[in-house]
Every structure is written in structure tokens, then in C-alpha cells.
Design a binder for this molecule. Sequence first.
Ligand SMILES: O=C(O)c1ccccc1N[C@@H]1O[C@H](COP(=O)(O)O)[C@@H](O)[C@H]1O
Length: 211
Amino acid sequence: MTIAKLRTRVKICGMTDPHQVSHAVDHGVDAIGMILHATSPRTIDVARAKQIRRVVPPMVSLVGVFVDCDTNVINQMIAEIGLDFVQLHGAESDADGQSLTRPYIKALRVQNRQHVVDQIKQFPTAAGILLDPYVEGQHGGTGKLLDPNFWPSDSTQNLILAGGLSGENVADRILSLNPFAVDLNSGLEQAPGIKDPRLVAEAMRAIRATY
Ligand SMILES: O=C(O)c1ccccc1N[C@@H]1O[C@H](COP(=O)(O)O)[C@@H](O)[C@H]1O
């Protein structure tokens, strides 16, 4: 028997500032994402990540985003920062994910529907699969929306929709694709890494209206 999902979970990613994290938590976010990949405009160092850890309360998850990082280094960061989940946003394998000390979310940079279906099978132990549109030369944070035709609606994985989501489009996408979770990032920003509190509040309101 399939049980209907009561609500879509929400992750806000690319967070760099503890005050902005507290604001997002107050608005009902389920997960906070931090980019721990050095060349991203949203990257933060371990000291800042630890400050963010201190303001993330119980029942809200803290996710570290990595791109093709050595798994020993990721495990060190998990221990040092106190990450709850890891998001692997590069060319990592399921074996890489299994060598981590926390559950992992695999981000797939989607090129077409068949590519998604084939790729999902390669990550049987992932806690979730995040689908982000493929953009040549960029790992993530592209602001580009995923083509809804590429959404693998019959997958049994926890699917997370990412890419270009904002208060203006997130409710439509939730209602049409029914993802397990949505991941919002550049669509809520004033500048890379700086969230706009009004855009965060507006997106959370739009998401709540879909329940
Ligand atoms: O945001 C980044 O700079 C980034 C860098 C490297 C890997 C992933 C990154 N962000 C992820 O991209 C998606 C979608 O972002 P957007 O909404 O299109 O801006 C999101 O999952 C972020 O975790």
C-alpha cells in the first residue's frame, strides 16, 4: 500500500550565515545545506560551518555539500563539524557514499530522462537522490530549472528536486512532480551566499500552501 505524502520536505542550501540559518529555521525549513567545495561562490570554511552547526536545532538536519572530495577528508569534516548528511555533487560512486560515516544524498546532473533512470540504479544505498539540471562546466547553483519531462515519477527513491527553485515556481513544481523534498538555493539570494529573508519567507509560505 502506498501512503500519500503529507508534505514536501524543504532544504535551503548555500547557507553562509548563522543569522540567516536561524531565520530559515524559524520559517520551518527541514534541512540546511552548506557548500564545502572550495571553488563555489557560496563556499564556507570549517570555522564558519561550526558556527552554523551551533544554531541548527534538533529535528533540523545539517547537510554538507561536496564535489569529488576525498572520502577521508569528508569523514574528517563530518566529525569536526557534526554533519547529519552529506550531499555528493560530483562524479562520486555508491562505494564512495558507503565509505562515509553519515548517510549520503547523491546529486545527479540530469541530461535526459533515460540518463536519470540509468543513473539512479547506480546508487542503491543513497538516502536520497537529488536531481539538478546539467549545465556544462558547472557543478551546481546554476539557477536553471529541471525539465519536468526528465522527472522519474515511478522511482521508489526519496527524490529531491533542485535547480532554479524560488517562491514563484516551487508550489507549481511540488504539485506537478510530488517530490519527497525540494532544495532551494540561488533563487532565494540577493547575491551568491546571501539569502534574502523576504524571498525565504515567501518561498516557505508558497510551499506550506501546497499541504
Ligand atoms: O551552490 C553552489 O555553489 C554549488 C556548488 C557546487 C555544488 C553544488 C552547489 N549547489 C547545489 O546546486 C543545487 C541547485 O542550486 P540552484 O537552486 O540552481 O541555485 C542545490 O542542490 C545546491 O545544493
